[in-house]
Ligand binder design. Structure first.
Ligand SMILES: Cc1cc2nc3c(=O)[nH]c(=O)nc-3n(C[C@H](O)[C@H](O)[C@H](O)COP(=O)(O)O)c2cc1C
Length: 482
């Protein structure tokens, strides 16, 4: 795990909580409306994958319980986890790549509506991602997967050698020498696991992405609408396909890479296809990076440009995140997949209590404010949602009062206490279970395990409490009575 250079320990402090009357008079708990995007309060739970779907991507009882627990806190907006738009296996994460997923999602939207007393708007985050393989065993990789090219032969001085002799020779080489003779991508495949890029134009399915993605996103959005989900959030953030198109590292030469104008082209075409599919009165927005936080990556200036173009195109909301890229991920163990939240950019996405001097709370506020300023300067009122280390009423209210964002997202705090917004709204902020930002949840995500929170997954269980398959832990936070 990447560690910031200075290791200072920070403790989350939500500060004083308001009385019920103060909360009622706050901006945080006031409604917001922009066209068809209308929330009862300016509170938001962004997407978090809980690893609770079936391996076929279907909604399970655990999924229903998980989102119901959050809906009971009546956030203005609740975003369902990154949900795959293709009908391909992706582990126990939700999918929406076929009509057969609609009934399960419909049950989910109805559970959320009921649990929130109709106050929460449910969104679904639509994701596309490229292939990534686990880090291979060296011997297996060299014997089975390595392509023996003439170039490689000549680099090891064995131009006439048969393949097997080349492989034997490579296996005998010390790691540094081996690294020196392998080309960059082969070296990466060996050390990190193979990973596709949007710039792999020699692969027809990658070259074709601009042709296929608009339809795939549009169909997925139609299914979301058919499942009575209130809106869609296009996942244009972190390490995934659409963010890779926006990335400053996208050097495609087919008109979809290089300049900012070209990099934003596919995201805009996807949005246009989605809009055409669901109509003008169905909320569609996106989540994108206020800063890529990698060397040579996009900066807040890029984000300000993209945000403005998204607003100009007619998106109904903009939600920001930061970092979370594969580019600087740490080397995984053999048999593990690289995880885009292990390097500096990962830290910027989900900073933890051990931090540099800037601390883990609110690193995304100023970059988001810069994006919002640019959007407003261009004459658009599109609501901007900020997320990152926000866990207290005062901090949230100050951000809104200062005009730095329009809606407040909280992810890990909502995992620690799914009803924390509601507790604060009722003047019972002293009952909030405050996140410690140790990233216990992220550790589980990294291992592709059911996500829980260390603050509640080992609390003594009632005999009939749902448990994880290992029988030890609670699968959702303890219930809270209003
Ligand atoms: C377990 C876990 C899963 C996450 N899954 C997603 C996801 O599916 N999509 C997404 O955009 N962000 C995801 N995130 C990032 C959060 O939405 C959020 O941006 C990040 O945790 C920083 O906000 P916070 O400080 O309020 O936690 C995830 C975070 C966690 C902890």
């Amino acid at each position: 795990m990447w560690k910031p250079p200075q290791k200072i320990q920070f403790q989350a402090d939500p500060g004083p909580s308001p009385t019920e009357a103060e909360a009622a008079g706050s901006l945080l708990f006031s409604p917001i409306r922009h066209g068809c995007f209308a929330l009862e309060t300016r509170t938001w739970i962004p997407a978090m994958v809980p690893w609770r779907a079936t391996n076929e991507g279907e909604v399970t009882r655990d999924v229903l319980d998980w989102y119901e627990a959050m809906a009971k806190g009546r956030p203005g907006g609740l975003v369902l986890e990154a949900t795959g738009i293709r009908d391909v296996p992706s582990g126990p994460l939700l999918r929406i790549g076929h009509d057969r997923f609609i009934p399960g999602l419909k049950e989910l939207s109805s559970r959320v509506r009921e649990a929130s007393n109709g106050e929460t708007k449910l969104f679904i985050q639509l994701i596309d991602f490229l292939a990534i393989k686990r880090r291979p065993d060296k011997e297996k990789f060299i014997r089975r997967f390595l392509a023996v090219t003439d170039d490689l032969r000549s680099r090891i001085g064995g131009s006439e050698w048969p393949d097997d002799k080349v492989r034997d020779h490579l296996l005998e080489m010390p790691d540094e020498d081996l690294d020196a003779v392998l080309d960059e991508r082969t070296r990466e495949s060996l050390r990190m696991g193979y990973r596709e890029r949007v710039t792999d134009m020699d692969l027809p399915h990658i070259a074709d992405l601009p042709t296929v993605l608009p339809d795939l996103f549009a169909l997925a959005a139609q299914r979301a609408k058919a499942a009575d989900i209130d809106g869609v959030e296009l996942h244009y953030a972190h390490a995934y396909t659409m963010a890779s198109f926006l990335s400053a590292k996208n050097t495609r030469e087919d008109g979809y890479g290089g300049s900012r104008e070209n990099r934003v082209r596919l995201p805009l075409e996807v949005f246009r296809a989605v809009r055409d599919a669901v109509g003008e009165d169905y909320p569609v927005g996106c989540r994108f990076l206020a800063d890529e936080c990698i060397d040579g990556g996009g900066t807040v200036e890029d984000a300000a440009y993209f945000g403005t173009e998204f607003a100009r195109a007619g998106m109904d909301f903009l939600s920001t995140s930061r970092g979370g890229k594969f580019d600087d991920a740490k080397q995984p163990g053999v048999g593990q997949a690289a995880y885009p939240y292990t390097g500096r950019s990962g830290y910027e996405c989900m900073p933890q209590y051990i931090s540099d001097a800037f601390g883990p709370f609110g690193r995304n506020i100023e970059p988001t404010a810069a994006v919002r300023d640019a959007v407003r300067a261009a004459g658009f009122e599109t609501p901007v949602i900020v997320t990152g280390g926000i866990h207290g009423f005062r901090q949230a209210e100050d951000i809104l009062q200062a005009g730095k964002a329009d809606v407040i997202g909280s992810a890990r705090q909502a995992l620690a206490d799914p009803v924390w917004f509601r507790k604060v709204r009722l003047g019972r902020g002293n009952e909030v279970r405050v996140c410690e930002y140790t990233n216990y949840c992220e550790g589980l995500d990294q291992k592709h395990k059911m996500v829980t929170c260390k603050l509640w997954d080992r609390i003594d269980l009632e005999p009939d409490t749902p448990r994880t398959p290992d029988g030890k832990r609670r699968t959702i936070a303890p219930a809270w009575e209003e």
